[in-house]
Design a protein around this ligand. Structure first.
Ligand code: ZN
Length: 104
């Protein structure tokens, strides 16, 4: 199990942070670190597995997904759960470096 995956930060929006989306959908959003495509997948891990780290509910183990555009396997970790617009803004401020790094 020593295979190396490229890593990306994932976002799982719930509640007020997911108003522009079908509330029945529970998705993790990520940006492929290889080709910069926007990806989405259904969240599989229980919310109980998320823990508060640096002020956010995060799943540090994350999930491995395959990019639909370039077929690269990507480890999405951490997955950060956002509940409202305030948290979404705070997330973008805290993780801006990681997010920028994933786009090139
Ligand atoms: Zn890709």
């Amino acid at each position: 199990m020593s295979r190396q995956y490229k890593e990306a930060v994932g976002v799982r929006r719930t509640g007020w942070a997911a108003l522009n989306r079908d509330p029945q959908e529970d998705k993790i959003e990520f940006t492929c670190p290889n080709c910069a495509a926007q990806g989405m997948r259904t969240a599989r891990r229980e919310r109980a597995l998320y823990h508060f780290v640096d002020g956010f509910l995060q799943d540090e183990q994350g999930e491995v997904v395959q990019c639909g555009a370039c077929r690269t396997y990507v480890r999405i970790a951490p997955v950060v759960m956002l509940h409202d617009q305030e948290e979404a803004r705070r997330f973008e401020a805290v993780f801006s470096e990681e997010l920028a790094g994933a786009s090139h």
